[in-house]
Design a binder for this molecule. Structure first.
Ligand code: HEM
Length: 489
């Protein structure tokens, strides 16, 4: 028989082999699950690669990377395990586990140190610091999170005033005009370091973009790689920050203070205040710590807030009743504030429905869907054994969409926040010792954007495709959510 006459046999034979192999594989996996009944249910997938391929398929589908977790949550329940990139991951989605793991009362969980991330954000960043060092850094930053809030808000208002255009533009995309990014980046740079020069802002935003992209790239530092491009960009960002710090110090020494009121100035002021820095509990920050952490804030705040703004506009457009209530509330606020050039903190407290709108958007969007921790000691959670060295992830998105926690969780309803959310159930900014440091800044940016946007503009959606973009750190719409705006009469 020549090889062509074998062809009709090859297909059934191959099918048989695949069937036999899959049966053997299934048995091995089932045995694995039987013999380890006390570890969380789930599959370790194929040897070595685990379920990485399935994860990548989810990332590459229009449903986004969370689909991988969602489908397993449905199959296995509120605690399951998987294996990704050679490591065991456990996902937990009860409010009780969120409390225990994120508050870390037992001291058994920590953030994992990732060398490649440290190379990009800097090893003095609080994202990479040891637990002890993290506490010191956090104590220095925590009171500053409301810094120049209202002034930052003015930037949001100003930026919005530039957008009246009949041409459609995307709220969020890497290509210009990426409005939500632009607004948040400007507002944050103003609040953190008072950087306002258009050209400097442009090149800083480009470089921060390279650093963010490198965080998702394979960490190979060779001249043609994305990772290398990120490392080079980080160097340029450090130079910019170094110059700003040097100029500030020179201004202070020559008593030529330009009255900067921003995050950086407050850090430098405490360091030069002898009574504060002579206290036993006080550790002066080094310039490297200041620079790494300003970069960290920009990275942590830019994409998350821009993404949240975009989801909020999407929900707004889909819920006419909510929009009507908001227009009424915000028109009232605008009238009351009509004699002021910009909104002030008092005005924000008047926006009760708008702040519920922000909360509901954050709940529905769950911009940061889960929070990873490293397990430091063998322990038990939800009746299952969790081993030291595993990764444990609090699945906030699943909690936000759990019908036992929020009634009709898929319905967009800001009024659900008329009452306090159940304990440990509202987690858009995390919880415990790692709670988002920029939450007040982010909420203020969202509420001020909302005010300006709905009192000034009408808009229509140009592409409402709900597909999620591939390869991003946070869930965002692939289309960038293009809208066409015109001024309200
Ligand atoms: C809507 C916008 C935002 C969302 C949804 C968000 C969400 C989060 C979440 C969930 C965490 C905790 C992650 C964990 O526990 O593993 C976090 C941490 C952090 N966020 Fe935000 N964030 C936002 C905006 C911002 C802004 C504007 C800033 C800076 C100005 C910022 C700075 C940080 C920092 C520095 C951390 C690390 C805190 C630590 O490790 O101690 N975030 N954020």
């Amino acid at each position: 028989m020549d090889h062509l006459s074998l062809c009709p046999l090859v297909v059934p034979l191959l099918c048989l082999v695949i069937l036999a192999l899959s049966k053997i594989f299934k048995t091995v996996i089932q045995d694995q699950e039987k013999s380890t009944a006390d570890i969380p249910p789930g599959s370790h997938g194929f040897p070595v690669v685990g379920e990485t391929l399935q994860f990548m398929l989810s990332v590459n589908s229009g449903k986004g990377f969370y689909e991988f977790v969602r489908s397993r949550r449905i199959r296995y329940g509120s605690c399951f395990r998987t294996s990704l990139f050679g490591e065991t991951h456990v996902f937990l989605s009860t409010t009780e586990s969120a409390r225990a793991v994120l508050n870390n009362e037992s001291g058994m969980f920590t953030k994992r140190y990732i060398k490649s991330i440290a190379a990009l954000v800097g090893d003095r960043s609080l994202l990479c610091a040891s637990q002890h060092h993290h506490k010191i850094l956090r104590s220095r930053f925590i009171n500053l999170s409301l810094t120049r809030l209202v002034d930052g808000s003015t930037v949001v208002q100003w930026s919005c005033s530039q957008i009246c255009s009949r041409k459609p533009f995307s709220l969020m995309r890497k290509v210009w005009p990426n409005l939500a990014h632009f607004i948040t980046f400007k507002a944050m740079c103003k609040m953190l370091i008072s950087l306002e020069n258009e050209e400097e802002l442009g090149s800083l935003q480009r470089d921060v973009g390279f650093v963010c992209e490198a965080m998702l790239a394979f960490p190979l530092n060779l001249p043609w790689t994305r990772f290398h491009e990120g490392i080079m960009a980080r160097g340029r960002v450090m130079e910019v920050l170094e110059k700003i710090i040097r100029d500030r110090r020179n201004e202070t020494n020559s008593h030529n203070n330009n009255n900067h009121e921003d995050f950086l100035q407050q850090l430098l002021a405490v360091d030069s205040d002898d009574s504060a820095s002579s206290s036993d509990h006080y550790t002066k920050l080094t310039d490297a710590e200041i620079k790494d952490n300003i970069l960290t804030m920009i990275i942590a705040g830019q994409d998350t807030t821009a993404s949240a703004l975009t989801w909020m506009v999407k929900y707004l457009g889909e819920n006419q009743k909510v929009l009507n209530i908001l227009i009424e509330e915000q028109t009232q606020v605008a009238k009351q504030a009509s004699d002021k050039p910009f909104l002030e903190l008092d005005d924000l407290t008047e926006m009760t429905y708008a702040s519920k709108m922000v909360k509901e958007s954050l709940r529905m969007a769950s911009v940061v869907p889960w929070f990873p921790r490293l397990v430091l000691q063998d322990c038990e959670r939800e009746g299952y054994k969790i081993n030291k060295g595993w990764n444990i992830n609090i699945d906030a998105r699943s909690i936000h969409l759990d019908p036992n926690v929020y009634s009709e969780p898929h319905k967009f309803n800001p009024s659900r926040f008329d009452e306090e959310a159940k304990a440990n159930s509202f987690l858009p900014f995390g919880m415990g010792g790692r709670t988002c440091l920029g939450l007040n800044m982010a909420k203020a940016m969202m509420v001020v954007f909302l005010h300006r946007f709905i009192t000034t503009y009408r808009w229509e959606v140009v592409d409402g495709d709900p597909s999620i973009e591939k390869w991003t750190l946070f869930a965002r719409l692939k289309s960038g959510y293009p809208i066409r705006v015109s001024r309200r009469l």
